[in-house]
Design a protein around this ligand. Structure first.
Ligand code: FVH
Length: 305
């Protein structure tokens, strides 16, 4: 994929398209540290505070896109991006687009191909933070796509969050972001399930959280150990808790006895059972990974389709 770089520009000019909770936070941060920010939003009226802080309001997307060589997009979904940018694709030619809208990896790749076809320099960003965190190192934003674009705008990107460059594949930033969110939501699902189990006998969720938080925080040290096993691909190495020992049938039964839906746990039990049935019962619990992972054969055809 050829990459089109907008000519370098003074530190100051940035356009932000999309002034929802996140887009507003991104634009406000840039204003705070002295960037010259032009803003646009589909629904008028969401720029009031930003304009009072010095932002330039754009009447149309075309005006906003034409105002600066760097355009940051923070809309709702990939479809929102196409709807907004397709009519102004000629104004965008030769400029740089950093898309911080949540997309799937393939949506990000398709957007990158679309930008390339229209002579637009394009970088995918994926935000792992809530708006209030923008401007703090606790916020994380992952980027992928042409590294020169990332390096050219590194100073600006770092004003928002701790930036990580995840390589040339435009879909990688989205993939890492969604993988992190997957771990978070499944962790919360486990907490909700546990709270429902003890709640069936009157323990409050607050009391359960007080008890569960230090335990679950301690268990995260297992990630590195499991990662070492997975990367080595050796689930027979000594010292691992076996799949047979990890059978969750008793927890599923306890949940059912308490009339609590064990659906999230049953999904994991299914992966364990599958590996045991395939003859791997004596191997380590981390072998569940093998039940999940993609066949890393050539998926290029799928991606472009
Ligand atoms: N808010 C958060 O905590 C999360 C944290 C992680 C990353 N996400 C992603 O950030 C994107 C924006 O999220 P948001 O929280 O700003 O969302 P809203 O406040 O709902 O604002 C959405 C903006 O998108 C505009 N928009 C929606 N559809 C269209 C469209 N078809 N054409 C043009 N603009 C559109 C919307 O405009 P309006 O409704 O005000 O007219 C808002 O500006 C998102 O990808 C999160 O997943 C945030």
């Amino acid at each position: 994929m050829t990459t089109h770089f907008a000519t370098s520009y003074p530190r100051t000019g940035v356009t932000v398209l999309g002034l929802g909770a996140m887009g507003s936070a991104l634009a406000a941060r840039l204003l705070d540290i002295g960037y010259d920010v032009t803003v646009w939003n589909r629904t008028p009226g969401r720029d009031t505070v930003l304009v009072e802080s010095g932002a330039h309001p754009a009447e149309t997307v075309a005006d906003a896109a034409g105002a600066n060589p760097l355009i940051v997009v923070c809309l709702l979904r990939a479809t929102s991006v196409y709807e907004t940018l397709t009519p102004v694709v000629e104004q965008l030619r030769g400029r740089t687009l950093i898309n911080l809208t949540t997309t799937t990896p393939n949506e990000a790749r398709a957007l990158a191909d679309w930008a390339d076809r229209h002579g637009i320099a394009y970088l995918t960003g994926a935000i792992l933070a809530v708006p209030d965190m923008i401007g703090t190192p606790a916020a994380q934003i992952f980027y992928s796509g042409p590294q020169p674009i990332y390096e050219q705008h590194h100073e600006l990107l770092d004003t928002w969050a701790t930036s990580t460059y995840d390589g040339a594949d435009p879909g990688m930033a989205s993939l890492v972001d969604l993988a992190m969110l997957s771990g978070m939501y499944q962790m919360f699902a486990g907490f909700f399930h546990g709270a429902a189990m003890v709640g069936s006998e009157g323990m409050t969720a607050e009391e359960f959280a007080r008890r569960a938080t230090p335990f679950l925080r301690a268990m995260t040290s297992g990630f590195r150990e499991y990662a070492a096993v997975i990367d080595a691909g050796d689930y027979t190495a000594p010292g691992q808790q076996s799949l047979e020992f990890s059978d969750l049938g008793h927890i599923v039964s306890a949940s059912e006895e308490q009339c609590v839906d064990p659906a999230t746990l049953v999904a994991l039990q299914g992966l364990i059972t599958r590996e045991i049935a395939a003859g791997h019962g004596s191997e380590g619990f981390a072998r569940v990974f093998e039940s999940m992972r993609a066949d890393t054969g050539d998926r290029t055809a799928e991606r472009i389709a």
